[in-house]
Design a protein. Structure first.
Length: 327
């Protein structure tokens, strides 16, 4: 079996590709390398180009008749950037995804796993969400994911394709074998900023301390990227038996971690603690939430396996080797 992975040279997509390889599924990578890395596609079938390029999609399916499904990971993902450039985000994430699915339909593709986001939910009072929680995306990035899901549902209702959306929050860690990891040297998320502060000996800023959480800092669901990758593989394996119940499945740890608690866990792992200071919220940030994943356990036989500390350790290990792996 082969699977086409859009965005397969990015952080999530390349890790999913590694998990597919380990499971005996051949990944075929499609990536325009705007944020992805060519190094992450080495040794794998790779097509450089855009998901909206119909001629390229036709070429891929003509040359790879063994492709049985698609995992759609290609997207821009930085919340503050989406606030600053909503046009670019709607074009890249929504308009091009619509074109992509149209090309897939033309080529007879009947199965797609959409790597979505749990940021589209309205947060409950206890900061938990499940598949039935109301949607209320709070940033242009989150709205692009919600819009894609709505578009895909309309298409799947009348066309010969089934689309499964996997919703998750904050991936951390790296491939435990260090084949791939977060390609950015200066990522904007909290763990990336903690590692930057640790490397440079500067304070870590908690951006926002007036949220209605247990300690005032934002609450997040930090899930190890390898756990996410395993879930995508299980979705492929069980795809045909998931519908109609499993058109949407949440992936999470089942427990939330505040930014302050993340910093405390980080300082338990490293050899010298990082100083923590408080500052104002960033544009587009919200209090946050974490997801209940009972449906994922029941339908996919999946639950998160790595701890927060293990995710931090793998992130640190990748940070040490990243520059030697990326030319």
């Amino acid at each position: 079996m082969s699977v086409l992975i859009s965005g397969g040279a990015g952080f999530i997509g390349s890790t999913v590709a590694s998990a597919c390889l380990d499971a005996g599924i051949e990944p075929v990578i499609l990536d325009n390398l705007v944020t992805g890395r060519r190094e992450f596609a080495e040794g794998r079938a790779f097509y450089e180009g855009d998901i909206s390029d119909g001629a390229l999609i036709d070429k891929i399916f003509a040359e790879r008749s063994d492709i049985e499904a698609v995992i759609h990971c290609a997207a821009l993902i930085v919340v503050p950037d989406s606030v600053a450039d909503p046009v670019g985000y709607y074009r890249a994430n929504v308009a091009k995804s619509l074109e992509f699915v149209d090309h897939l339909l033309r080529n007879g593709c009947e199965r797609m796993v959409f790597s979505s986001s749990a940021s589209i939910y309205r947060t409950g009072e206890d900061h938990t969400v499940d598949e039935g929680s109301p949607l209320d995306p709070q940033s242009p990035y989150a709205r692009t994911k919600a819009m894609c899901e709505a578009i895909f549902a309309d298409i799947a209702a009348t066309r010969p394709i089934r689309i499964l959306s996997l919703r998750y929050f904050n991936p951390i860690g790296a491939d435990p074998q260090m084949r791939t990891g977060l390609q950015l040297r200066r990522p904007s998320h909290a763990l990336g900023k903690l590692i930057e502060a640790y490397e440079e000996g500067t304070p870590f800023q908690i951006t926002g301390t007036d949220y209605p959480t247990r300690d005032g800092s934002g609450i997040r669901d930090y899930i190890h990227v390898w756990d996410l990758a395993r879930a995508h593989v299980e979705a492929l394996r069980r795809f045909d038996g998931l519908f109609p119940e499993g058109a949407v499945i949440n992936l999470g740890t089942g427990s939330g971690t505040t930014v302050r608690e993340l910093a405390e866990a980080f300082n338990r792992v490293v050899d010298r603690p990082v100083e923590v200071v408080e500052t104002e919220r960033r544009p587009g940030d919200v209090a946050g939430a974490y997801t209940r994943s009972d449906l994922a356990e029941r339908l996919l036989g999946w639950r998160a396996g790595y701890s927060l500390e293990e995710g931090i350790r793998h992130s640190l290990a990748w940070a040490e080797v990243r520059d030697s792996r990326l030319s």
